[in-house]
Design a protein around this ligand. Structure first.
Ligand SMILES: *Cc1c(COP(=O)(O)O)cnc(C)c1O
Length: 289
């Protein structure tokens, strides 16, 4: 098992919240592990156990050059004594960025594939080719999302024993949100798509959970698209960090928090509501953008 540190819930005090009459709590899951942080810890948990049960020696997974999932998988593999292989989208750029040099330093073997080939990452033919190249491995999909990842996210949701009306989480693939939806059918669950054109995520998430009606995905807070930023987002993150002394990344948690504040200002929530935002980690990538 990976190391795990229990994480606090922190209340945010801000005049925006006072005006709207709502409370905002942040579950600091970014503090659960120094390297396998936030939701990635929970998404990997049962996959690592399953790899062990299947007696696999090697983990293989996919990601972009700045991927939190690649970073977390490399660290988890090193901690638990697995070999690891990262199939990286696009060409190698030297010197390696901090995400990939960390992964390499943890022993992950990096293999670059064209963007075109990368798109076939779920095809059985491509996976067979990878097996011929690398031998036996335990495959973890891009972003780590599969049924076992959702199971881990439901267990994370079980740790949330405070009172709240809404729970908010950034969405990449939707695996984490699906676990929250599944475990908290009596709460209102809001996902914030970090991708442009994130409307398709609703269907993807529906495929991961049978719970209906308690959740939605906001698609207007992508700030230009995946890993894109703009001056409004930068300004929001700078102000939030200075006021509340909690770091946010640009790819995920910054967008979610900007979205939450915007919804509060638009009176999406009613007086007396408590909103719980999940800090899903991802701070490893903060320096590279
Ligand atoms: C990967 C990641 C997400 C997205 O999780 P999904 O389960 O793919 O939706 C959210 N926040 C952070 C910090 C992440 O690294």
């Amino acid at each position: 098992m990976l190391r795990y540190a229990p994480t606090p819930v922190q209340e945010i005090f801000d005049s925006v919240l006072d005006h709207a009459g709502v409370r905002l709590l942040i579950k600091r899951e970014d503090l659960n592990h120094p390297l396998v942080s936030g939701n990635k810890w929970w998404k990997l948990k049962h996959n690592l156990a399953e790899a062990r049960t299947q007696n696999k020696k090697t983990l293989l997974t996919f990601g972009g050059a700045y991927s939190n999932h690649i970073y977390a998988t490399a660290a988890a593999a090193a901690e638990l004594g697995f070999k690891s292989i990262g199939i990286i989208r696009g060409e190698e750029t030297l010197p390696l960025n901090s995400t990939l040099s960390f992964a390499k330093q943890r022993g992950m073997s990096l293999h670059y594939v064209s963007r075109e080939l990368y798109r076939s990452k779920t095809s059985s033919q491509f996976i067979e080719e990878l097996e011929q190249l690398f031998g036996d491995f335990y495959l973890i999909p891009e972003g780590g999302t599969n049924v076992l990842a959702v199971k881990g996210a439901t267990e994370f949701a079980q740790t949330l024993n405070m009172d709240f009306d809404y729970i908010c989480c950034p969405v990449g693939t939707g695996g984490t949100l699906a676990g929250l939806i599944e475990e908290l059918p009596e709460k209102k669950v809001i996902g914030f798509s970090v991708l442009k054109g994130g409307e398709f995520l609703t269907e993807d998430i529906q495929a991961l959970t049978s719970v209906k009606g308690n959740w939605s995905v906001m698609t207007d807070y992508h700030f230009g698209g995946y890993a894109k930023t703009n001056s409004a987002l930068e300004q929001f993150i700078r102000t939030f960090e200075a006021k509340h002394a909690i770091l946010l990344d640009r790819v995920y948690t910054g967008k979610m928090m900007a979205g939450i504040f915007d919804l509060i200002q638009k009176r999406h929530f009613v007086k007396g509501n408590t909103i719980l935002a999940i800090h899903t980690g991802g701070l490893q990538g903060k320096s590279v953008f």
